[in-house]
Design a protein around this ligand. Sequence first.
Ligand code: GLU
Length: 255
Amino acid sequence: MRVVIKIGTSTLAHSTGHLNIRRVEEICKVVSDIKNAGNEVIMVSSGAIGMGVGKLGLAKRPDDIPTKQAAAAVGQCELMYTYDKLFSEYNHTVAQLLITGADVEAADRYENFSNTLNRLLELDAIPVINENDTVATEEIVIGDNDTLAAIVAKSTNADLLILLSDIDGLYTADPHKCPDAKIIEKVTKIDEKITALAGGKGTSLGTGGMVTKLNAAKICLNSGCDMVIANGNNPLNIYDILEGKPVGTRFTEKN
Ligand code: GLU
């Protein structure tokens, strides 16, 4: 299987912005193992800004663009250092790809990007993709990594996109407000009823939320790729998701 795994800031970092070491170690171990089993894996990793906030000792996620971009420049180094170190322990090679909206909108740049990505897979590397936050301004920004991950899944004809987040999946109502809200195990179509279930933004350090996840699901369903939203707090879930077991919410047109 060709799998894209997107990891949200809330999964990678504590609320302080510092690395969640145990979590990231577990993720790298599971990803290495599923790759050893013959799957192709592409990672889309958030966390650059969040970890930059931690490393620079800022009190909160900055609101102004230069500080956000500076934080991303610092945090992206720590992210890749961490992935390189952990995946090397299992003899896997990581490759960093930083892109902006302009790279996926202009046909020639998009082709370059997908050629490089596909070549990296042939070379058996693990591409780790993030938005190029240090240069992405309003006009060219994709804006969130859920959408970016779906674009990546589409351009590589992936079989599955897994979004690891701090929420268990899509609920029948906002679980923070309605204690009897239930997880929806399977969604086959993003209609108005489903769209109405998306609340606002997720955490204070990250960017996404259910709206961006449903947007990603639309892109995936339109290109025949399954998508699963699952909680990143138990990386072992990735094994079950690959086996098609019910974890989180699966968006699929298959029976
Ligand atoms: N690219 C952002 C970062 O690395 C995250 C975007 C997102 O959370 O969706 O901090």
